[in-house]
Design a binder for this molecule. Structure first.
Ligand SMILES: *Cc1c(COP(=O)(O)O)cnc(C)c1O
Length: 385
């Protein structure tokens, strides 16, 4: 047995040590300027992010959750001339995501319709979307889960056929690609999160909306600042949801490294794959050729004894986690949602998913150690039943 070491699920220190000089220099300019909310730093970051993504506009907001809410509210205003959607308006989404995905739909006034996922990609199944469409469907909210693109060709086709909007939840996939195009630029809007553990993470909460629509961009900018079209005169029920200068400054620094960090994670994923692929009881993450996975999470599927494996990893110092143990349609808060079909792939995947540590500067020795622990576990539990 390998000598026990501790490998936390996430260690942000390592990246900070690498970026320290740049970050501290930028923070000093914030202190000097004393301009904290929106302002030049935020505008600059918005420009850089738009450039990086190949989007016409980006709008910095207070969180990824707000990015989803404001994108949806902007669309209600733009497409329906209404402040909010109605509860009869349906937005089709995946039940296998973080809480915020469905929460945002309800906050924008609409009703989530959960449809099943593809068990290989973990993402929303376009065939299931088709079956869920009714005369009340207004939009589709796909999530690029763990950093892997949803099947955008098919989703765009369904959306076009039925005149539906698409808002992409890109919270886990900053820098991810689908057929060479950046995720978050396929739909009417893309919603990004800068929560510290995300691919592009700030030092606090933050979020961003990308869009090519000038009108939508203007609505969202009004919404993030209390619905004020002009100062001290509210046109809509808005939010206090502005990105702050410190986050923007840090994000500007980190944006320059995001491709490099994503490719470091991709290398780690390859190493995991090489050292785990002979284990029959687990499925490795699937990455279609035409996608670039950002591996915000490295999630395997364990057909049997997942909880024992999780415990075994913890006993050996490895911080593995489950994203997500309970699908959204099983949560009390989303009892008002509609579901399409039995969602059986979702339930199977939720009972098998297990995420391993993956972050820039995770060491080779740590990857090997984790792989060894997993191999040892299955050597002691060889049967498939
Ligand atoms: C993190 C996350 C969000 C919410 O982002 P916050 O910045 O934490 O509000 C939304 N959707 C998904 C899939 C996420 O992972």
């Amino acid at each position: 047995m390998a000598k026990k070491i501790k490998v936390p699920f996430l260690d942000l220190q390592r990246e900070y040590i690498f970026l320290k000089k740049d970050i501290e220099k930028k923070l000093k300019t914030c202190l000097k300027e004393q301009r904290w909310i929106l302002g030049a730093k935020v505008e600059q970051f918005e420009k850089e992010a738009a450039n990086f993504l190949g989007a016409k506009y980006t709008i910095g907001v207070a969180s990824g959750t707000d990015a989803l809410i404001l994108a949806l509210r902007g669309l209600a205003i733009q497409r329906r001339q209404k402040e909010y959607f109605d509860s009869k308006d349906e937005i089709i989404t995946t039940p296998f995501s973080f809480v915020a995905t469905a929460e945002a739909i309800i906050r924008a006034g609409a009703t989530p319709v959960f449809v099943d996922i593809d068990s290989h990609t973990f993402n929303i199944d376009p065939e299931a979307i088709k079956k869920a469409i009714t005369e009340n469907t207004v939009g589709i909210l796909p999530v690029h889960l763990y950093g892997l693109a949803a099947d955008m060709t098919k989703i765009l086709k369904v959306a076009q056929e039925h005149n539906l909007f698409i808002v992409e939840d890109v919270a886990q996939a900053f820098g991810g690609l689908y057929q060479g195009k950046k995720l978050g630029t396929f739909g009417s809007a893309g919603a990004f999160s800068f929560y510290p553990s995300k691919n592009l993470g700030g030092y606090g909460d933050g979020g961003l909306i990308a869009t090519d629509s000038n009108e939508l961009m203007e609505k969202i900018k009004i919404l993030r600042d209390h619905g004020q079209k002009t100062q001290y005169n509210a046109e809509y029920i808005g939010y206090n949801s502005r990105l702050d200068a410190i986050q923007a400054a840090i994000l500007s620094v980190k944006l320059r490294y995001v491709n490099r960090f994503n490719s470091l994670k991709r290398k780690i994923a390859q190493k995991y794959a090489r050292s785990l692929r002979s284990i029959q009881q687990i499925h490795l993450p699937y990455e279609p050729q035409y996608c670039l996975h950002t591996y915000n999470l490295y999630t395997i599927k364990v057909a049997h004894r997942r909880s024992e494996l999780l415990q075994f990893l913890h006993q050996h110092g490895v911080g593995a986690r489950i994203y997500y143990p309970l699908p959204l349609h099983k949560m009390k808060a989303f009892g008002c949602a509609r579901t399409q079909g039995r969602l059986s792939a979702t339930e199977v995947v939720a009972s098998r998913a297990l995420s391993l540590p993956i972050y820039s500067f995770l060491k080779e020795t740590e990857i090997h150690y984790i792989a060894k622990i997993i191999n040892n576990f299955f050597r002691h539990h060889p049967s498939n039943t």
